[in-house]
Design a protein around this ligand. Structure first.
Ligand SMILES: *Cc1c(COP(=O)(O)O)cnc(C)c1O
Ligand SMILES: [Zn+2]
Length: 423
């Protein structure tokens, strides 16, 4: 698929192959958009062709991805085509008729990050590099470790030493070289960049590598395609196959997922495959709200914060994709909201009990944001709303146990059970 790059700050354009990561004019901040050749796409594929594909993974969208030979380079783990549930019970509680939950915890390493890592590993294979590196709060690293293991490639992962144990276990079990940084994610990020320059490792760092967003955009494609199954388009639009929701809730740390969703939707809109742009609702933790602050102040200048939140996957002092993330909400008529750690914990419990989807704190933040937005009157009852759950609750059981309640210890006798009260 032919493509070129365009700097999100100065709009300078670069040929594919001319630059690898960022716009040379802005140091490490000149994040690049990948511009596809929509004429070529329209000539090679169609919504129908994609809908009829039997490849139920992100690779059904290969014609919209910046790879030379996807069938040769895609790692074999199954990434994407995660379920989109009609959330009837949560919808009833919130007064929403058309609420959907997309459970991306159902990816092979149990988070949304597999989408980005799959594309980066495929790219690394095409570039014939030996070692891939990334900084991560845990999930991006676990995803890279897993996808690279599937492709038998070496990885070096930089994580804060405080990352949840389950995430560190994933890194280790897949055979990565794991560097536990005595510092936070932002420090791990900068260290990983410096090391990748020094040692020539291919760097997956979120947003710095332009293809993380390209992998993440596949979630938008899936959402719109799966929604067209849930709410078939009759009459003239019968062949459309892609139906955009009215609103999407997504949690935001570095801002690369919300940017990815937006990119996917812009691709579909540019191709004329969807007829409206959903409002993107970015949810941040109160203690890690740099994007929210910039959005609220009406600026694109991101001021770093000193991040603290239970939602480790969205804890970032300086969001690496902040400018695009703020634009994503602003230009789609969406908004940013913040939620407290207590609201996030309650959301883990409530979502598990209403829809049986077990989310890690960062993922549940999106649902907490939805609850808050409904209470504040942002959302109309007949809107079609998708809430994206980005990671599995099994990633961080310490947090879940704070709201799960307790088991009852008993003697191994029926007598002991009889003595208990059951509702
Ligand atoms: C990474 C991550 C996010 C946030 O994505 P950003 O691109 O950093 O905004 C949200 N939830 C989970 C579970 C994540 O791993
Ligand atoms: Zn630039």
């Amino acid at each position: 698929m032919t493509y070129h790059f365009k700097c999100t700050l100065c709009e300078e354009e670069y040929e594919a192959g001319q630059v690898r990561y960022v716009c040379p004019k802005h140091g490490d901040e000149g994040i690049l958009d990948t511009i596809l050749d929509y004429k070529q796409i329209a000539a090679t594929t169609s919504p129908r062709t994609i809908c009829d594909s039997r490849d139920y993974s992100i690779w059904r969208y290969s014609d919209l991805l910046p790879l030379v030979n996807p069938s040769g380079s895609a790692p074999p783990l199954h990434v994407g085509w995660t379920p989109l549930y009609h959330a009837a019970e949560a919808g009833r509680q919130l007064g929403l008729d058309n609420l959907y939950i997309k459970d991306d915890g159902r990816n092979p390493t149990a988070s949304f990050k597999d989408r980005a890592s799959a594309l980066v590993v495929a790219t690394a294979r095409e570039l014939r590099v030996d070692v891939i590196t990334t900084a991560s709060t845990g999930n991006a690293g676990a995803a890279l470790a897993g996808l690279a293991a599937a492709a038998h490639m070496s990885t070096v992962i930089f994580v804060p030493e405080t990352a949840p144990q389950a995430k560190i276990a994933q890194l280790l079990i897949f055979g990565s070289r794991v560097l536990l940084v005595k510092g936070n994610y932002d420090q791990a990020f900068d260290l990983c960049l410096a090391a990748s320059k020094e040692f020539g490792w291919y760097c997956r760092n979120t947003a710095y590598n332009p293809f993380t967003v390209e992998g993440k955009k596949t979630a938008s494609f899936e959402m719109c395609e799966q929604l067209s199954h849930a709410q078939p388009i009759g009459g003239k639009g019968r062949d459309r196959c892609f139906r955009a929701p009215d609103r999407i809730f997504v949690s935001v740390g570095d801002g690369n997922i919300i940017s990815g969703l937006w990119k996917g939707l812009r691709d579909l809109a540019a191709l004329g495959w969807i007829d409206k742009m959903p409002m993107l609702m970015g949810i941040q933790a109160e203690g890690s709200a740099a994007c929210y602050n910039a959005w609220k102040a009406g600026t694109e200048k991101i001021t770093p914060v000193s991040a603290t939140t239970i939602a480790d996957s969205i804890s970032a002092d300086m969001p690496r994709d902040g400018v695009r993330a703020v634009r994503a909400a602003r230009e789609t008529n969406g908004a940013y909201l913040t939620v407290g750690d207590d609201e996030i914990l309650a959301a883990i419990r409530d979502l598990a009990r209403s829809e049986a989807v077990f989310a890690e704190p960062a993922a549940a933040a999106a649902y907490a944001g939805l609850v808050k937005a409904v209470r504040q009157g942002f959302v109309k009852s007949d809107e079609t709303v998708v809430c994206l759950i980005t990671g599995s609750g099994l990633k961080d059981i310490k947090s879940a146990m704070q709201v799960a309640g307790e088991g009852t210890r008993i003697e191994p006798t029926l007598e002991a059970v009889r003595k208990l009260k059951f509702k």
